[in-house]
Design a protein around this ligand. Sequence first.
Ligand SMILES: CC(C)(COP(=O)(O)OP(=O)(O)OC[C@H]1O[C@@H](n2cnc3c(N)ncnc32)[C@H](O)[C@@H]1OP(=O)(O)O)[C@@H](O)C(=O)NCCC(=O)NCCS
Length: 182
Amino acid sequence: MATFPTRKVMLKNGTILTIRVPRMQDARSLVEYINQVSTESDNLSFGEGEAPFTEEMEKQYISSLEVDPHKIMAVGEIDNELMAVSDISASSLPRMRYSGELGLSLKKKYWNIGVGQALLEYLIDWAKTDGNLKKINLHVKESNHAGIHLYKKLGFVEEGRVSRGMFIDGKFFDLVCMGLKL
Ligand SMILES: CC(C)(COP(=O)(O)OP(=O)(O)OC[C@H]1O[C@@H](n2cnc3c(N)ncnc32)[C@H](O)[C@@H]1OP(=O)(O)O)[C@@H](O)C(=O)NCCC(=O)NCCS
């Protein structure tokens, strides 16, 4: 992962969001963050108590980012609170490494004030200058209307669907496949 400059963005409500690469000392906050967002959304791939991440695992992941050219990750902070995480992860296989899978989440109390858009713009700018990535892919739950709206707004197009992509409380949900050519 090459590094990318820290960015400050004024959100719709006037709050200042800081977007930056993660540091080793974020590991504990990342575990607390994951535990919180897992209770706040049914649109993630894990629910309450289902995320198997420890502080040690987060440290190893952050450390791997420093040497892995196929991954980029950015966190969002408001008033020193780590409240958003986004990443793009690509395969290291030569035939597959030009495209990466995007992940994005934030704490519920910050939804709908422009954090998601700011993080996506940061990652897209980074991916464009990085040069390794030529395409960003993502899978979004069919009922995640805010997510689909946001991705379309940033230029992603629907490319297909994965039927029965998610299973929550006895019900299957399709995943919409979306992509952005860089
Ligand atoms: C999806 C998510 C990342 C969006 O982040 P966010 O910071 O709220 O996004 P933004 O505020 O930048 O933009 C949200 C947009 O969706 C719109 N929106 C909100 N609810 C909507 C709905 N029900 N239908 C359509 N659009 C909706 C907002 O009006 C806004 O659009 P606008 O800027 O054109 O007015 C955030 O809600 C989240 O973390 N959800 C839980 C995890 C998740 O779903 N992650 C994505 C997995 S693929």
